[in-house]
Design a binder for this molecule. Structure first.
Ligand SMILES: [Zn+2]
Length: 134
């Protein structure tokens, strides 16, 4: 895996983008840096991904991703939640993006999602399909 440009980088102070018990936008959207197409990621997909992305990417890639996004040995995201990763593809130019969010279960089945990273992926090795968000 080769990382390209980042649209969003990890932050300790960024406010959450989503809380699953509140009405509001169900998708996080950003513009493709290569063609400006809008790309959307469902917050629920990030919540459901949980830790399973590490198995889907494999240990070696997961470690590389954690190093890139500066996720420490404790394995927590910068917002204090658990890190979730999803791959999304631009529907127009097919650029792959690695989307990183912190997910915290603040009480039973109440989840808060903080967006932590969006990075263009220049070279993508074979990975299991379930890590794809679109
Ligand atoms: Zn594009």
């Amino acid at each position: 895996m080769k990382f390209g440009k980042s649209i969003l980088s990890p932050s300790y102070t960024r406010p959450p983008a989503f809380k699953n018990i509140e009405a509001g936008e169900k998708f996080y959207s950003f513009a493709c840096i290569n063609c400006n197409q809008t790309i959307s990621v469902e917050f629920d997909s990030l919540i459901q991904q949980g830790y399973s992305w590490q198995d889907a990417f494999g240990e070696k890639l997961a470690d590389k991703i954690k190093e890139f996004y500066r996720i420490g040995v404790v394995g927590k995201s910068q917002d204090g939640g658990y890190p979730s990763m999803i791959l999304v593809e631009c529907g127009n130019c097919k650029t792959d993006y690695l989307v990183y969010a912190g997910v915290e279960e603040v009480s039973n089945s109440v989840y808060v999602v903080t967006m932590q990273g969006i990075t263009e992926i220049l070279e993508m090795p074979e990975i299991r399909q379930e890590v794809r968000g679109n």
